[in-house]
Write a protein that binds this ligand. Structure first.
Ligand code: SAH
Length: 225
């Protein structure tokens, strides 16, 4: 898999994508992540990438040309499955969407900034728009990092214990059961007995029951699916 991220603030993406599970997946060669600064195709001596919006709305808008040229350069080198724009009015990211995206080959992700991007980019160049929730952030970089993390951890080999992504919350429309580690007792707070029983059937039954109970209480909408 290859992911190309287009941004005017590449610094915002460096750290979240170079450590922990995502960073290791990159080092293992499971995914290539390339971050491109849109200023490469900025206009004029100051490499401008934004301008005032027509109609006089407050806030700067990312111009068509730098985005168009950056995408054209990438598409000349390989085919892309999706050209994604991070946008508060896009389809809201959830686990089924992350699962679907993790099966793709090459993705471009465009991060907006300021007031947004010239709408012609969305009309002519973007194939998919994704939001990470109904609130507005300053730029698309943190949302892009969220999407990339949710995808990359699903690539086989990214997690050390292969089964562990499957038992995460939302994978079967159930929340995950609680987890504990040593010591078995701390400060008078005890780990549930059954987890110390060594009986895999009993443990599984307890985990299933906990998952159902937590889902019914915390995310009843998931059970209705
Ligand atoms: N004026 C726009 C918001 C612009 S915020 C509006 O009202 O819809 C600047 C950029 O941040 C956007 O272009 C988008 O790329 C990104 N962004 C902000 N909130 C987001 C969210 N919830 N999900 C995905 N991207 C978001």
């Amino acid at each position: 898999m290859r992911i190309d991220i287009l941004t005017v603030v590449p610094e915002l993406l460096d750290s979240p994508l170079s450590h922990s599970i995502v960073g290791r997946a990159v080092k293992k060669g499971l995914v290539e992540i390339h971050i491109h600064n849109l200023r490469k195709y900025g206009l004029g001596p100051r490499r401008n990438v934004d301008d005032y919006s027509y109609g006089g709305d407050a806030g700067m808008v990312l111009m068509v040309e730098p985005v168009f040229r950056m995408i054209a350069e990438l598409k000349a080198e390989r085919d892309y499955d999706e050209v994604i724009y991070m946008s508060p009015d896009g389809d809201i990211l959830d686990q089924p969407m992350a699962n679907e995206l993790s099966l793709k080959g090459n993705l471009i992700i465009l991060c907006g900034h300021y007031k947004g991007i010239d709408h012609r980019i969305r009309e002519h160049l973007i194939t998919r728009e994704i939001s990470i929730g109904d609130y507005v952030l300053s730029g698309g970089e943190i949302p892009a990092a969220v999407v990339v993390d949710s995808i990359v951890r699903l690539i086989p080999g990214a997690l050390t214990d292969e089964t562990s992504a499957l038992s995460d919350s939302f994978q079967d429309d159930l929340l995950s059961p609680p987890v504990y580690t040593r010591p078995a007792s701390f400060n008078g707070w005890d780990v549930p007995e059954v987890l110390l029983s060594g009986d895999p059937r009993k443990i599984q039954a307890w985990q299933d029951e906990q998952a159902l109970e937590r889902t019914a209480r915390l995310r009843p909408g998931l059970l209705k699916k």
